[in-house]
Design a binder for this molecule. Structure first.
Ligand code: SF4
Length: 594
């Protein structure tokens, strides 16, 4: 018989919400679900495989969205405020776990609930209000169509300034396949189209107000872990200084210098140095920067508040500058920042949008798209004046925006040039060219949500500034081991709610002390890694049942066939053979079959 004993640091309770009937039911979380899957991404993998059909249409009412707090939300763990949304992605058909920082996740856990399982479709738009005393679905047709700032202002006025708002903008309502779900205004569950799933359910927002507090079960162990983690954060230059000073945009020069920065839809990685200087973190700091800000309990504070004329907002982050700027040959920070503000306001994933625009520009330059498809406009690379209008058109599915809203894979298929989609399993690649590090190549190919640097293993931390963990990014024999290890570590962070940037500095060694001290359940670093393997295995099984077969564990042919000069790497290597060798080793380690 399953045990339902509440474990310290958790609430032990969840809610099942049927939006079709409006019925809300409370349930208890079994002890083994708490400690075997830990929280966040882990609970998503568990509930999606247990309670959802992998073959379901992700935009149908029957699809399930899991909203999960994380194992260390409510604790003092550095950066430990992240939460996860887990759903079947309408963009890729894979399971998709997407997490976000800010303050929403921590406040959610403090309402007294750990997890929400949301199904059905509300007859009219609704939002969910959740506090320690009240759970309510509230009809809100008047909020449909609102941008994220309008929605947030309205709901904070209606409830309280201490409430936290998670919601979708017009892009989610229009079911743009890479629509994001935003929280705390500028924070985002960006990847995989969670916003479209919310939109398909007529779910506009989730408002939380919670004040419950948690105390550690074993104070001494807990505090030792916190002390060690904070010490490491203070000692690694990237977490102690670089990200605080320049935000993630400080990565731009570094990635460029390592021949990794995508250019012209990944045709190469060459950018003129003077162009990089125009969009660098230093330039951002000198021109549009206003203020730094951090998520819950974060001393790194990488968030940049910026201003362009009368417009203000968060970002742009490294990925946005790279994919909506450098990748498109647009080297103008104010333009990129304005498009980024719109993505935040309307709820769009900037990586997928930038990548899809890159595919559209290559389609145009190669004659697959003609001016009649683009409303008479020249969509060549470098079309700076089109970035803001195309962002708006995509969010509202207007004109060519309706095609862009389908993502790079479907766009290129429509114009019979799927080889121009820089995607893995349908998910648009982020800014790191996989030819420039073998680890990133294998990580993209094997990530359970498709082409992603985070779920695939954040390899730049090992390749560039891993401190004592730094490794040779071209050493083929060790690649698979490093990728598995990084993917597992990343999954631990995703289950416990820790920011990947903090993970540059500390690891499971510190987290096992913090988690064990907080909950009173002794889990060693190895136990945490085992939990991660369990979760990744479940995600893999979901994908296989969804019809995502192992042949999709690969890269776009461009990365095998089109050779570009990469410093430190031989040019005449058989990239495909090299990749297959690494993949076979990876399968062997995971115990997966071809
Ligand atoms: S490092 Fe940046 S993204 Fe991570 S928790 Fe801190 S402010 Fe948020």
């Amino acid at each position: 018989m399953r045990s339902f004993q509440v474990i310290n640091g958790y609430n032990g309770k969840g809610l099942t919400i049927d939006l079709t009937s409006g019925q809300i039911e409370e349930f208890n979380l079994a002890e083994d679900v708490l400690t075997s899957y830990l929280g966040g991404r882990g609970w998503g993998a568990y509930f999606l495989t247990e309670k959802s059909d992998p073959q379901i249409d992700p935009l149908s009412p029957e699809s399930l969205v899991v909203v999960a707090s994380s194992g260390l939300n409510g604790s003092g763990a550095p950066t430990g405020g992240r939460f996860s949304l887990i759903f079947k992605s309408p963009l890729t058909g894979t399971i998709c776990s997407s997490n976000s920082g800010g303050f929403w996740g921590n406040t959610f856990k403090r309402t007294g609930f750990d997890v929400l399982l949301i199904k059905g479709k509300a007859p009219t738009p609704v939002y969910l209000y959740l506090s320690e005393n009240k759970v309510e679905l509230i009809e809100c047709p008047e909020l449909w169509g609102m941008s994220i700032p309008e929605l947030t202002a309205h709901l904070l006025t209606k409830h309280s300034s201490t409430a936290r708002v998670l919601g979708i903008g017009p892009a989610g309502e229009k079911m743009v396949l890479f629509a994001s779900v935003m929280n705390d205004l500028g924070r985002t569950c960006g990847r995989g189209g969670g916003g479209a799933v919310f939109g398909s359910k007529n779910l506009k927002a989730i408002v939380v107000e919670g004040k419950k507090t948690f105390s550690p079960a074993q104070r001494e162990k807990y505090q030792t872990g916190l002390y060690q983690a904070n010490k490491l954060l203070r000692s690694l230059p990237v977490t102690a200084k670089a990200f605080s000073l320049l935000g993630t945009s400080g990565l731009l020069k570094l990635v460029y210098q390592h021949d990794m920065l995508a250019h012209r839809n990944f045709q190469d990685t060459y950018h003129a140095p003077e162009n990089i200087a125009k969009i660098s973190g230093e330039r951002l700091q000198q021109t549009i920067f206003q203020k730094a800000r951090g998520c819950y309990n974060c001393r790194i504070r990488c968030t940049r508040l910026t201003r362009v004329g009368n417009l203000r907002g968060e970002g742009p982050e490294f990925e946005t500058i790279s994919m909506m700027g450098a990748n498109l040959e647009i080297y103008d920070l104010p333009t990129i920042a304005q498009a980024n503000y719109l993505c935040n306001d309307f709820g769009l994933d900037t990586i997928s949008l930038g990548n899809t625009l890159g595919a559209a520009m290559e389609l145009f330059e190669k004659g697959f798209l003609s001016p009649k498809d683009t409303e008479g406009r020249n969509l060549s690379f470098g079309s700076q004046n089109l970035l803001v209008p195309l962002t708006k058109q995509t969010a509202f599915r207007q004109g060519i925006g309706d095609l862009l809203a389908e993502g790079a894979h479907r766009l290129t298929l429509k114009f019979k040039a799927p080889e121009l989609a820089m995607v893995v399993k349908g998910l648009e690649l982020p800014a790191y060219d996989p030819r420039s590090t073998l680890m990133q190549a294998l990580g993209y190919a094997t990530s359970t949500r498709g082409g992603c640097h985070l779920k695939g293993g954040y390899m730049i931390s090992l390749g560039f500034f891993g401190g004592s963990r730094e490794v040779d990014r071209f050493l083929i024999e060790t690649v698979a081991d490093h990728v598995v290890d990084e993917q597992d570590s990343g999954c631990v962070a995703d289950m416990l709610g820790i920011c990947r940037f903090a993970y540059f500095a500390f690891s499971e060694n510190e987290l096992s002390r913090i988690y064990s001290g907080f909950t009173g359940v002794d889990l060693s670093p190895d136990d945490l890694k085992k939990a991660a393997k369990r979760v990744i295995q479940k995600e893999r099984e979901f994908n296989l049942l969804a019809g995502i077969d192992p042949s999709q564990d690969t890269l776009p042919a461009r990365f095998f066939e089109e050779k570009i000069p990469i410093a430190g790497q031989k040019r005449n290597i058989d990239r495909e053979a090299q990749f297959n060798h690494m993949l076979a080793k990876y399968y062997e380690i995971r115990g997966w079959k071809k």
